[in-house]
Design a protein around this ligand. Structure first.
Ligand SMILES: [Zn+2]
Ligand SMILES: [Zn+2]
Length: 229
């Protein structure tokens, strides 16, 4: 089965449309991006109602800000880990700690802006536990895997092709990182390493981060070795 991967930039969040027998979307972007979403899918000749599932990799505001708007437009089911569904259902805006010098500076800058950001609340249709969630029912050859670390309710979409949509379990682009690698913000770096080991053992080959363009998991392998030293 051929799988189409279409990135859509909604604010600083690079969301993805995955198109195989069915169509799903990964992440819901920054707030107020409904119009940008509509023009992006129109350019792909995808109708809103064609998107049946929206996987929210985690509860940070830049990933769930337009989830309600897109849910209203598409009627897609929202799926999220149980540990973070309150972010969307109760409009919470947690910030993860910095794990590098720049990460710590960046979080302090974000603290100034976060009170001005509003995440419209909505209901999460499918609440994940720690077990894998197969996507075959939605026409996608792959599954959702629980990958905590950046946040404790982070999940990854792992396709049979080895493509992994990791949310913020890896980062590449400004303002977070300039080069591809591990996150500069994380609740638990030990968990980040364990989640990556799980994904690499499961055959992850190409990382599709939420901030930046795709890169090879070889870069992650090297970064993990470097940390382990
Ligand atoms: Zn995040
Ligand atoms: Zn993010």
């Amino acid at each position: 089965m051929s799988v189409g991967i279409h990135p859509i930039l909604l604010g600083i969040d690079r969301c993805y449309i995955i198109q195989a027998e069915g169509i799903i979307m990964i992440d819901g972007g920054a707030p107020k991006k409904g119009k940008a979403f509509l023009s992006a899918i129109e350019a792909l000749s995808i109708k809103p109602e064609d998107i049946r599932l929206m996987v929210l990799t985690h509860g940070h505001w830049d990933h769930i800000g337009s989830a309600k708007e897109i849910q209203d437009l598409t009627r897609a089911k929202l799926v999220m880990h149980q540990k973070e569904k309150d972010c969307l259902e109760k409009s919470l805006k947690p910030l993860p700690p910095g794990v590098t010098l720049w990460g710590s500076i960046f979080v302090n800058i974000m603290r100034v802006f976060t009170p001005f950001i509003h995440v419209p609340a909505t209901h999460v249709d499918i609440v994940l536990g720690d077990a894998d969630f197969p996507l075959a029912e939605y026409g996608i050859p792959g599954k959702i895997v629980y990958t905590p670390g950046h946040s404790m309710g982070s999940v990854t979409v792992l396709l049979e092709t080895g493509d992994v949509f990791v949310g913020d379990l890896a980062m590449r682009a400004f303002p977070l990182r300039l080069s591809p690698g591990l996150p500069v913000l994380a609740e638990d770096m030990q968990q980040v390493g364990e989640s990556w080991k799980l994904l690499l053992d499961a055959g992850a080959k190409t990382v599709y981060p939420a901030h930046g363009t795709p890169f090879s998991t070889d870069i992650i392998r090297k970064a993990l070795l470097h940390r382990g030293r």
